[in-house]
Design a protein around this ligand. Structure first.
Ligand SMILES: *[C@@H]1O[C@H](CO)[C@@H](O)[C@H](O)[C@H]1NC(C)=O
Ligand SMILES: *[C@@H]1O[C@H](CO)[C@@H](O)[C@H](O)[C@H]1NC(C)=O
Ligand SMILES: *[C@@H]1O[C@H](CO)[C@@H](O)[C@H](O)[C@H]1NC(C)=O
Ligand SMILES: *[C@@H]1O[C@H](CO)[C@@H](O)[C@H](O)[C@H]1NC(C)=O
Ligand SMILES: *[C@@H]1O[C@H](CO)[C@@H](O)[C@H](O)[C@H]1NC(C)=O
Length: 747
């Protein structure tokens, strides 16, 4: 019976135990009385009447919505005020940020009348060799802050020694094009800026829109020439929030407001779309309380969770040092990158050493170009890390839904524009995950006479954050496997940036005399709503140090080899050809299905017992490459996406793929520019850059909010271990996993 096996599958999927929350123990009734939560860690499941009860899988009534959560699941927050740094890479503490602020308050740079603000205050990481030499118990290297300040239109990079109070100005002001990422304060102020302009109010009113029902949203302007020269500007697009919280679906199309980012004054209002109606609010809401009340024929899902009866098996030492299974790494929140992983090391069960894999890994930049060249759309080519701050946009994660119950949360401690520290709660979560997958297995067929059934469940450790950059939500996961693999995963969700149109149906779209439809630059998703085609690129910085910093990049090319006449009944076979990259140009990789390669990062000074160099490989998965012209202004700024892989020699100043200053940058300080120096990369401390891309041609299912789309890439050990490192992994046993859910019963 199909349904039966489906439900059996659900049971197999959940290793630990189900948490059941429901309104009554009485399955024939569902009065909206109290909500019971069964917690495996506190309840003896075998004696609980709930655990022994028959399930309510077949209770088809929709789940009632609790008015308030009877048992809040908000994890404990800890008081950061007394935090002290314990590791050279620990982020700046509240005390340290306050000190930096007070040191800078008397600095000459900020004495002038020119407007000034701190656009970034983060730890100035000590040099790599100092960090590597440091051991627990040693005194910390001098604690320093790296500060990016804007004074007038000049960007200054300062290093503040927190102990001595000394301030060093580096190559000041910075000579590359562009400005630092916006501050949260600026974004807030720009949101309100249009409303202080008479013309704006008049335009809105003339559109028949109630001015109190308008939301304007700051959109980085990119760089296209004159309008963006010698001034910091931002554009604003407005929406009607009348009748919906999902105002993004109600664009006031064609209205673009150009704003001076410093004075917050409106420079120009362009309205190309008075004839375009504002799409309606019908069906745009996505909130549970407004959607869950109507029953439909879908079989309701019972609550599901990931539980560990004996608690998590990882620890977070000294606030930031994660240790789990064979892995250990330093994890910290960052206002620009979101999450930074450092000193990622793995335990080798054969040699009993803890071996270096990656010194530092993070999201370096994003590039999100929209594919509509019209006035209100051409500039929409965002760089979400360098312009908006990927970490600044990471909102608190929602327990039980963003991360399972067994998750542990980490807060971000960042600085506001005046240097005042603030805490971003629950910005990162860490949890062990089990998705019902298999780590390895083997069964023997009866013909061998061997009664073998060996299977190991695949349990991983996930580090997660979710950034909401305006309408869009990006979920970033770093997933560690016990077999030595690290998976970097990007999930896209949130709300589309849509365009208003006069069309309500495809059949209205104009055709030319040859029958070709007018170019809509997207797909009609609902009446008067076009989902505009766009791309997402997420570029990762991966300073791999496989068994130490000196590594080489090897392209292992897979090639067809023809056999000699008479050599074999076969005409051809596939072989590998290894090419060690000598310089940066050899490390610029464009992926190709019909000219495949593996991409190894090896340590040629360290070999396995049988003589293979130890290594890791970058394993691309579904991805996309930009089709824009390389001379198109946004693509020049986003030139770091011109290849999927780049390899550069380690340089502390080259970490942000779109340049240190990305806002209105011209593309003169990108990864592409650095890589064109063609420096030596063989047997050097190298950094690998991988870009994960998505083409997004929207479809109706993306309205009014998008189901998550994911892709990923792997860093996989390749001749790094002597043999399968998870041979000794333990299987699951029934007695280890108390069943606190209901039993499966056939309908
Ligand atoms: C369960 O249902 C029966 C009727 O079938 C009713 O008498 C009883 O009070 C209900 N119990 C609860 C706890 O709602
Ligand atoms: C524009 O309208 C808003 C909302 O009514 C109001 O607060 C603001 O003062 C108006 N701006 C001007 C310049 O009149
Ligand atoms: C505009 O919207 C506000 C808030 O929803 C409401 O109080 C007011 O009556 C509206 N004005 C008009 C003219 O519709
Ligand atoms: C590593 O090997 C290369 C040759 O492959 C050699 O030139 C270099 O000196 C070696 N480095 C160390 C630290 O042994
Ligand atoms: C390090 O990077 C900076 C910024 O790109 C550059 O100016 C400098 O020349 C680089 N140093 C080396 C040794 O490549």
């Amino acid at each position: 019976m199909e349904q039966k096996s489906f439900f059996r599958l659900i049971f197999l999927i959940v290793t630990a135990c189900f948490i059941i929350s429901f309104t009554s123990t009485n399955f024939s009734h569902s009065p909206s009385s109290t909500t019971l939560l069964l917690d495996c860690t506190t309840t003896d499941s075998s004696s609980s009447p709930l655990c022994a009860s028959r399930n309510f899988l077949f209770n088809k009534k929709p789940r009632p919505i609790p008015k308030t959560d009877p048992k809040p699941t908000k994890p404990k927050t800890h008081d950061h005020v007394s935090d002290t740094p314990n590791h050279p890479l620990d982020p700046l503490t509240i005390t340290e940020l306050n000190k930096v602020r007070s040191i800078l308050s008397s600095h000459a740079l900020f004495a002038s009348r020119a407007p000034h603000a701190l656009h970034s205050v983060v730890l100035e990481e000590p040099d790599k060799d100092l960090v590597k030499k440091w051991e627990k118990g040693n005194t910390l290297p001098p604690r320093k802050a790296s500060v990016i300040a804007l004074v007038g239109l000049d960007t200054h990079v300062l290093t503040v020694d927190i102990t001595s109070g000394r301030v060093e100005l580096e190559d000041s002001p910075v000579r590359v094009s562009g400005y630092p990422m916006m501050t949260l304060e600026e974004m807030n102020q720009v949101t309100l800026a249009p409303f202080s302009n008479d013309d704006f109010n008049r335009t809105i009113i003339s559109r028949g829109v109630n001015i109190t029902e308008v939301n304007c949203f700051p959109l980085s302007s990119g760089w296209y020439g004159k309008k963006e020269e010698n001034i910091r500007v931002i554009k604003s697009q407005c929406y009607s929030n009348q009748g919906t919280v999902n105002f993004y679906m109600r664009p006031i199309e064609g209205l673009t407001i150009l704003i001076d980012l410093d004075t917050k004054q409106v420079i120009e209002i362009v309205d190309t779309g008075p004839a375009i109606p504002i799409p309606g609010s019908t069906n745009t809401d996505y909130r549970f309380e407004n959607l869950a009340t109507k029953p439909d024929k879908t079989r309701p899902l019972n609550p599901i969770s990931l539980e560990q009866p004996r608690g998590p098996s990882f620890v977070i030492e000294d606030n930031y040092l994660v240790k789990w299974a064979n892995w250990e790494f330093h994890l910290k929140p960052d206002p620009r990158a979101g999450v930074i992983l450092s000193q990622v090391r793995v335990h080798d069960p054969d040699t009993r050493e803890t071996r270096d894999v990656m010194y530092k890994g993070f999201v370096s930049e994003l590039f999100v170009p929209y594919m509509d060249p019209s006035d209100a759309w051409y500039f929409k080519t965002y760089m979400d890390a360098g312009e908006y701050g990927f970490g600044l946009q990471a909102m608190p994660l929602v327990p039980l839904n963003d991360c399972p119950r067994n998750a542990v949360y980490m807060d971000g401690v960042f600085a506001a524009a005046d240097g005042t520290p603030f805490v971003r709660d629950n910005m990162i979560c860490v949890f062990e995950s089990y998705a019902g997958d298999i780590g390895w297995r083997h069964s023997e067929s009866p013909i061998t006479g061997l009664p073998i059934r060996e299977v190991r469940p695949k349990v991983t450790l996930v580090v997660r954050m979710a950034a909401s950059v305006g309408n869009y939500d990006y979920i970033i996961d770093y997933e560690f496997q016990t077999d030595g693999l690290i998976k970097a995963k990007v999930g896209l969700s949130g709300i589309l940036m849509v365009k208003g149109t006069t069309y309500q149906n495809k059949n209205q779209v104009k055709k030319d005399k040859n029958g070709n439809e007018e170019e809509l630059h997207g797909i009609l998703l609902s009446e008067n709503v076009i989902g505009v085609i766009h791309d997402h690129y997420v570029t990762f910085y991966l300073d791999l140090d496989v068994d130490g910093p000196e590594n080489s990049f090897v392209k292992v090319n897979l090639k067809r080899q023809e056999t000699e006449p008479g050599e074999s009944p076969r005409k051809s076979y596939m072989k590998t050809v290894r090419n060690v990259a000598k310089t940066e140009k050899d490390g610029q990789i464009k992926l190709s299905l019909y000219d495949p390669s593996e991409f190894h990062i090896i340590n040629s000074n360290k070999t396995t017992r049988v003589g293979n160099p130890t290594g890791y490989k970058v394993v691309p998965r579904a991805t996309a490459a930009s089709l824009l012209d390389h001379d198109d202004p946004p693509q020049k700024r986003g030139a770091f996406t011109n290849n999927q892989i780049w390899v550069t020699p380690y340089n502390k100043s080259e970490q942000w793929a779109g340049g240190l200053l990305t806002y209105q940058s011209h593309g003169d300080d990108t990864l592409a520019v650095w890589s064109d120096r063609d420096r030596d990369i063989e047997n050097k401390d190298i950094v690998v850059w991988y870009t994960l891309g998505f083409h997004h041609v929207p479809c109706q299912e993306d309205f009014p909010i998008m189901p998550t789309v994911s892709s990923s890439f792997d860093l996989k050990p390749t001749n790094f271990f002597e043999r399968n490192p998870i041979l000794r992994a333990s299987p699951n046993f029934e007695h280890d996993l108390p069943r606190c859910g209901a039993e499966f019963v056939s309908a």
